[in-house]
Design a protein around this ligand. Structure first.
Ligand code: NAI
Length: 249
């Protein structure tokens, strides 16, 4: 049942074919937004959109690491619901874990290109559209990670990009505040999605033991905080980095 908090808004969600991005599409649509589910995996994005129905959602193929792909996505997004998105969620992300001494350069570059450069490209291009269309009450939410604070061995590439997302978010919040665009990021703990499914069982058990709530998080539990940040309930929240980890430090 839609709460109506986001009625009249269009949301553009990357990484929408899976995990947190897919759950975010569901929750934003529940709250009344029209949702553009964007992913490099078009079929997965289409499944997300189909679950919500054509009136509330549409799917789009985008590679967030490519300038031309993101520029095309802006043009397509504007046409989809005859309105520029005033909510953008940067959920596309990848891991390529490995010890630093053995990490191939392309594993570093790939993680950087999607997680940090991708967040930059999408934010830059969609903020431009928001400003050109003179939209008010805009919100951009970026997905960092608690790994930005835990700095786990084997995650030099991922941890660095997610720490970068926190700094990037803060700069964007300072540059865009005057345009009515709030920019915040979330640091999820370990959330039960395909990304975490590949983490060895032993490590997951250690994480659950260290987590005060004694369990992994659910993607909807991150999506609810994203919906809050997207709404006017968070009208004075800007430049924040919010941990949603069940207390895991
Ligand atoms: P996921 O692996 O379930 O979904 C990621 C989605 O991003 C996939 O649908 C994939 O196709 C898409 N994607 C990958 N590269 C892309 C590209 N270049 N362009 C467009 N789409 C692309 O991951 P999950 O768990 O939903 O994670 C979402 C975000 O939350 C990521 O940024 C991740 O780093 C972050 N995060 C996840 C945590 C977790 O425990 N699952 C914890 C902390 C942060």
């Amino acid at each position: 049942m839609a709460s109506g908090l986001l009625t009249g808004k269009v949301a553009f969600v990357t990484g929408a074919g899976s995990g947190i991005g897919r759950a975010t599409c569901r929750i934003l649509a529940r709250d009344g937004a029209k949702v553009i589910a964007a992913d490099r995996n078009l079929q997965a994005a289409q499944e997300t959109a189909q679950q919500l129905g054509a009136e509330r959602a549409a799917a789009l193929e985008v590679d967030v690491s490519s300038t031309t792909s993101v520029q095309s996505a802006v043009v397509a997004a504007l046409a989809m619901f005859q309105q520029a998105p005033s909510i953008v969620v940067n959920s596309a992300g990848i891991t390529r874990d490995g010890y630093m001494l053995k990490m191939p350069e392309h594993d570093y570059d790939d993680v950087y290109s999607v997680n940090l450069k991708g967040t930059f490209l999408v934010t830059q291009q969609f903020a431009k559209a928001m400003i050109e269309q003179r939209l008010s009450d805009c919100s951009i939410v970026n997905l960092s990670s608690i790994v930005a604070r835990l700095n786990n061995v084997g995650q030099a590439n991922y941890a660095a990009t997610k720490a970068g997302v926190i700094s990037f978010t803060e700069v964007a919040s300072k540059e865009f505040g005057k345009f009515g665009i709030r920019v915040n990021c979330i640091l999820p703990g370990y959330i039960d999605t395909p990304m975490v499914a590949v983490v060895p069982e032993k490590i997951k058990q250690q994480v659950v033991q260290r987590c005060p709530l004694g369990r992994l998080g659910q993607p909807e539990e991150i999506a609810e905080v994203i919906a809050f940040l997207a709404s006017q309930k968070a009208a004075y929240v800007n430049g924040a980095a919010i941990e949603v980890t069940g207390g895991l430090k």
